[in-house]
Each structure stands twice: as structure tokens, then as C-alpha cells.
Design a protein around this ligand. Structure first.
Ligand code: LLP
Length: 413
């Protein structure tokens, strides 16, 4: 459910016509709907209302300050993977006590910053990382709260680039080694074990692997508690998928039922790390048609947004629906929607059947709120898009389009 809809032959975000935003702000521009973002957070909160839960929004999905600030005001915590994300969360008014720090390669300075900020816990992914965190904790005279991210060796059945729960993955510590590491941590004065963590992948469309993984780590949680570890938190990761085209992911309620049934006897506070499901369909990328080009083989529509603005199609062959903001009448044709970047993989939409398009027409690339702007780059020295947050009948620019000078900030000729 989202708040983008058709009205009088054109596409609107809540009470604002997307044509108006494009005219006033230019293109390419990411447009987010505040009502949709708030609704999604509310749905997750509701689904887990029966147990103590910390919803740690996964910042990497969309790290724009306005989005973080909205979720912070909604009571969310945050799942971060870098000192940069921590700084963004704090800048946006997030509560450090609800922050979990994930990722396989945390640096010492990032650990220090997170400990000073007083985060909820570190999700540790290797024995060497655990040893460093112990040293950093002792150096600061504190005990760093940690969970081990355990690799449950479960096939999440998603794109191989975003599956993380298999034995062959770089993520997490092998399930069989976890107990020994927890035991070893008892002798480390800079650490305190507070939970167990797992995350098996992203864009999950089947609740079964989730349940299987959580059942395994839940078993580990219970075993450790029986051994006297004073654990309080079970972090079940994120990963719930959304519909880009024909996928049928479980709804939040069904996902919650799967998680809750696998954890109900543990008495743990649940930590959730949802990213995509909160933001994906709350955002579209607005782009304008520059040219049309007919070759003997194909019909191209060249638009002003490219793979630097939205990387997912080029990187994962991901599908995003693309629609005309004001569709013209006429027979549909099959076209390639391509960007201006000098790469053959710069295709936003392959073989799309669309009504006639002309230079100047506006298109909306849908379900672009997650891993869109946060993965944007300045490749080809293109300024990254502006971002707009729509709120009812009004909107505000929450990130200005980059200026040319931003492209070489910090450089010396
Ligand atoms: N927690 C951890 C430890 C993660 O690694 C991730 C995502 C999440 C939570 C959030 O997952 P979500 O709920 O958003 O599925 N760039 C890719 C997705 C990469 C996901 C990386 N980790 C894409 O555009 O599909």
C-alpha cells in the first residue's frame, strides 16, 4: 500500500502532482511520500506489538536525513554498518540506545565512536573482530555489548548478490563455532554478551527460510541462556521483500507470525532490521525523456536518469516498473528505457510496453525508495539527484541537487 495514485490522467504523490515537482525542482529527482513511510513503520510496529521489540530501521536502504528523522520521531531505532551511518543517525536525532552496529569490517575508530555514543549492541561477525572490540572496550573502560551474528546456513532463495545466510557467505560466524566464541568472551573484560543475531538475506519472498533460520538461532539463544549467559536480545535481521513486478512476498503480518512462532518461548526482546519494506514503495525516481532513437534492432527512449542515480537494474538486473506521469493516447510500443551513462548496462527498463513518448515527457521509476539514492554515485561526473518529501498537499526539498562544485569538493587540481 502506498500513496502514489492516478488522478485526472496524471500521477500524484499524496496531494501533489508529480509534474509540479518536476517543473519546480527539475529531474532526476527522488520523490518520497511521508504518509507511506509512516504507514509502513506503523504496520511493522503493530505486527510485533505483542512482544518487546526494537525496530532498527536498516539505514543502508535509504540514509537521507529526512527519512531517518521521520523514523526517529516514529520511535524507531537503527541498524548501521559504518561510522558514517552512525553520524547520520545522530545528526537526524536518532536515539543511540536503539542502534545496532552490523557489518563484517568495522574499524577501531568506528567501534570507539559507537561505544562513546552508547549504542544498544554490536553484531560481531568474526573471532578477530570480537578480540578487537574487547580491546577497544577495555581501552575505554567499558564493556561493549555484543551479539554474535550467526550464520544459520539457510538458503534464503533470493538473488545471489543479496543472500547472506549460506555457509559460503562472508557474513556471520559459522553456527558450530558460536558457542565456543561466547564462552571465550566470558574471559574478556571489555565485552558483555547481550544477544544473538542473524540475517539471511534481502528481498526475501518466502517466510519459510526465515522461520528455519530463526528457529536455529533461537535454539542457540536458549542454549546460551541455559549456560548462564544473561542474554536479553534476539536480533532476527531484516530482509522482508516487496513487490517490484510479480513477486508475492509474505505481508508484514505473515512475516511477524513466522518470527513470533519461532521465538515465543524465549522471552527475548526482539530486534528487527527492516530496510526495504519500510521505504521501497514510498519512493519513485522522476526522470524526463531526452530523446528517442530507433535503430534497426531496437527502439530506445533515452532519459535523464541513469545507473549512477539508480543502480539496481544494472547491478542485479532488477525490475522497476516505469510509467508515464501523464500517459499519452496511442498504441503501445516495446522500448528500452536507457540512461545517459556510457555503459551498455545503463538500462533502467528492458523491453517495456509503453504508450507513445516524446522528448520532455516525464516518467516515474517506481518502488525506488530503497537502495536508490543510497547507492547513487557521481559516475560520469553526474550530479546526484535531488530528493523531495511530499507531505499531504505540500512538499519540501530534503536534499538539493548536487552543485557542480560538489563534484570536486576536497580535490586539488
Ligand atoms: N540487516 C543486515 C545485516 C543487512 O545486511 C541488511 C541488508 C538489512 C538488515 C536490511 O535488509 P532489507 O530489509 O532492506 O532487505 N542493495 C541491495 C540490497 C542489499 C541488502 C544488504 N543488506 C538491493 O538493492 O536489492
Amino acid at each position: 500500500m502506498n500513496h502514489f495514485h492516478e488522478q485526472r490522467g496524471a500521477l500524484w504523490a499524496e496531494g501533489v502532482a508529480l509534474c509540479r515537482i518536476a517543473d519546480e525542482v527539475g529531474t532526476p529527482t527522488y520523490v518520497y511520500s511521508r504518509a507511506t513511510l509512516e504507514r509502513h513503520l506503523g504496520v511493522v510496529r503493530e505486527a510485533f506489538a505483542s512482544v518487546p521489540t526494537v525496530i532498527c530501521y536498516s539505514v543502508k536502504a535509504n540514509s537521507t536525513l529526512a527519512v531517518l528523522s521521520l523514523f526517529a520521531k516514529g520511535g524507531a531505532g537503527f541498524d548501521i554498518v559504518s561510522g558514517g551511518e552512525l553520524a547520520r543517525v545522530l545528526k537526524a536525532g536518532g536515539d543511540a540506545k536503539k542502534v545496532v552496529f552490523s557489518g563484517v569490517g568495522k574499524r577501531e575508530d568506528e567501534m570507539v565512536a559507537a561505544l562513546r555514543a552508547g549504542i544498544l549492541m554490536f553484531n560481531v561477525e568474526s573471532a578477530e573482530e570480537l578480540a578487537l572490540l574487547d580491546r577497544v572496550g577495555r581501552g575505554l573502560g567499558v564493556r561493549a555489548p555484543f551479539s554474535l551474528r550467526v550464520n544459520p546456513d539457510v538458503d534464503a532463495k533470493t538473488h545471489r548478490y543479496i543472500a547472506t545466510g549460506l555457509k559460503t557467505s562472508k557474513f556471520g560466524v559459522p553456527f558450530e563455532e558460536a558457542v565456543a566464541l561466547y564462552r571465550a568472551s566470558r574471559r574478556m573484560k571489555g565485552l558483555t554478551a547481550v544477544g544473538v543475531d542473524c540475517h539471511i538475506g534481502s528481498q526475501l519472498t518466502d517466510a519459510r527460510p526465515v522461520k528455519e533460520a530463526i528457529t536455529r538461532v533461537g535454539g542457540l539463544y536458549a542454549e546460551l541462556k541455559a549456560q548462564g549467559f544473561p542474554l536479553t536480545h534476539l536480533d532476527v535481521g531484516g530482509g522482508l521483500g516487496v513487490t517490484y513486478s510479480s513477486e508475492k512476498p509474505p505481508g508484514v503480518a505473515a512475516y511477524a507470525r513466522a518470527v513470533l512462532s519461532a521465538t515465543k518461548t524465549l522471552g527475548a526482546t526482539l530486534v528487527l532490521e527492516p530496510g526495504r519494506v519500510l521505504v521501497a514503495n514510498a519512493g519513485v525516481l522522476l526522470t524526463r525523456v531526452l530523446f528517442r532513437k530507433q535503430t534497426p534492432a531496437k527502439r530506445f527512449v533515452i532519459v535523464d536518469a541513469g545507473m549512477n542515480d539508480l543502480l539496481r537494474p544494472a547491478l542485479y538486473e532488477a525490475h522497476h516498473d516505469i510509467v508515464a506521469v501523464k500517459p499519452r493516447r496511442g498504441a503501445k510500443a516495446t522500448v528500452e528505457i536507457v540512461g545517459p551513462v556510457c555503459e551498455s548496462s545503463d538500462v533502467l527498463g528492458h523491453a517495456r510496453s509503453l504508450a507513445p513518448l516524446q522528448g520532455g515527457d516525464l516518467l516515474a521509476v517506481k518502488t525506488a525508495g530503497a537502495y536508490g539514492m543510497s547507492m547513487a554515485s557521481t559516475y560520469n561526473s553526474r550530479q546526484r539527484p535531488a530528493e523531495v518529501l511530499v507531505d499531504g498537499d505540500d512538499y519540501r526539498v530534503v536534499r538539493k541537487r548536487e552543485a557542480l562544485e560538489d563534484l570536486w569538493r576536497g580535490e586539488t587540481p
